[in-house]
Design a protein around this ligand. Structure first.
Ligand SMILES: Cc1cc2nc3c(=O)[nH]c(=O)nc-3n(C[C@H](O)[C@H](O)[C@H](O)COP(=O)(O)O)c2cc1C
Length: 414
């Protein structure tokens, strides 16, 4: 009976334990979590979502305060076109977070940054270019392009000296998305170094509609593998979404995946950035407490706990401080919904907005509890303590459990 440890992910001469901890924004996949994955010989991800806020919290900078001060005059204005990111500050924040993490890296593994391209920041091209370049400047081992898969991102990095040496990968959920990406980038003569194939059971935003349950990860991987074969392309495929045990991982590794990307099981580790009380909510969740809804202003369905505080919250849009989801024209679907409700209830102090949420503010405050489909199984991965709470795990424990377990067993903590 095989274990994950019988396999290796190969990047040229470098061999890694084929376990990747997926990016979880905003700072849910912390530097500490990524560093553990790298120390243990796998790959960890930082998220580049809301870097300025992350830098403020981790390094005592004051980017958010400065931005809020600059745009304070606009707080009660429903038009957010004025709000722009200072590219110098954005670069500095990214370099702080990525650079300090890379300095602290130990072990044979790697650290990548998950770049959510749906964070269009009221200036999609220029902000994305700075984010990508700053991560490369700060020495990141690789970049995974996610949510919103911007077909032009490789082109934005083309002139960077590390364009051909850093590992660059993409997340797709269908063979069609991959085909479009490869076609649009053909002239760059630079293929992705890996392709994360994310199925419908993943956490965060989904690359599927509300009919996600009709799809199945093994089938999508088989379609993509076949397509690559017919095109004579040899690119490692990384399976992601709903891989809960080492044996689940082995079944993908035996069927052509080069590695697995996992996240949900790490949400209840000490190193994960969620506050402790939120981790307990993840442990307590039952299957009926997990839903896929459309409240994210990105337009992508998102999976979350049904008791997520962000659902129905009608807070004032926080774009003067954040504004990461503003499209190139100062718009965001939440602003539209919020303005509609304010107009409909002019005397109401507490506005309720059901169809969209202010994702920046709520993710920043850990009030949007996005999670993977199997979150309801987390309670089976630990022990319940006498006070009824669940024991948090270490990232090392969960990583090693994936690496060495057989027979779908899950090792409980000591
Ligand atoms: C709490 C949470 C937040 C996530 N945030 C992101 C994100 O910001 N960007 C992204 O590309 N994927 C995100 N994901 C998806 C993961 O990186 C990963 O691919 C997926 O969840 C793996 O499936 P699993 O959670 O069933 O192991 C998130 C997942 C979770 C659980």
């Amino acid at each position: 009976m095989k274990r994950v440890d019988d396999f290796r992910l190969k990047f040229g001469k470098q061999e890694l334990v084929p376990i990747i901890i997926g990016g979880m924004g905003v700072d849910i996949s912390t530097a500490e979590l990524a560093l553990e994955a790298a120390r243990l010989g796998g790959i960890g991800h930082l998220s580049d979502a809301m870097m300025e806020d992350v830098s403020d919290r981790r390094f005592d900078t004051s980017f958010v305060k400065e931005k809020t001060k600059q745009y304070k005059y606009n707080i009660n204005n429903s038009d957010k076109t004025d709000i722009k990111f200072d590219l110098g500050r954005l670069a500095e924040a990214t370099k702080n977070h990525v650079g300090k993490t890379m300095e602290a890296k130990r072990g044979d593994g790697m650290i990548f940054v998950n770049c959510m391209e749906k964070l269009t920041m009221n200036g999609p091209r220029e902000t994305l270019k700075v984010r990508l370049a700053s991560s490369l400047d700060a020495g990141i081992d690789g970049i995974t392009l996610s949510a919103g898969l911007h077909f032009g991102s490789f082109g934005l990095m083309e002139d960077h000296p590390r364009f051909r040496d850093a590992k660059l990968g993409i997340i797709v959920s269908s063979v069609r998305a991959l085909q479009i990406f490869l076609r649009k980038n053909a002239k760059l003569n630079r293929l992705p170094d890996y392709i994360v194939v994310e199925g419908p059971l993943a956490g965060g935003h989904l690359g599927f509609g509300l009919d996600w349950a009709k799809y199945d990860l093994q089938t999508i991987i088989a379609e993509i593998a076949l397509y690559l074969k017919t095109e004579n392309l040899d690119i490692p495929l990384i399976a992601a979404g709903g891989i809960f045990t080492g044996s689940d991982a082995v079944s993908f590794l035996e069927n052509g995946a080069a590695a697995v990307q996992v996240a949900t099981r790490f949400t209840v580790t000490n190193e994960c950035g969620l506050p402790e009380d939120v981790k307990q909510e993840y442990f307590k969740a039952t299957e009926s407490n997990i839903e896929v809804n459309t409240i994210s202003p990105t337009g992508y369905p998102m999976r979350m706990l049904t008791n997520t505080p962000a659902i129905g919250s009608g807070i004032r849009p926080g774009c003067e401080s954040y504004g990461y989801l503003l499209d190139g024209n100062g718009g965001c679907a939440y602003i539209t919904s919020y303005n509609r409700e304010v107009a409909a209830h002019p005397d109401e102090k507490n506005i309720v907005v059901m169809d969209k949420t202010c994702l920046c503010t709520h993710m920043r405050n850990f009030k949007c509890w996005t999670c993977g489909h199997y979150t309801y199984r987390l309670k089976d991965t630990t022990r319940q303590l006498p006070d009824g709470s669940y024991q948090l795990l270490t990232a090392e424990h969960v990583f090693r459990d994936y690496q060495f377990s057989v027979d779908h067993q899950i090792a409980l903590p000591a």
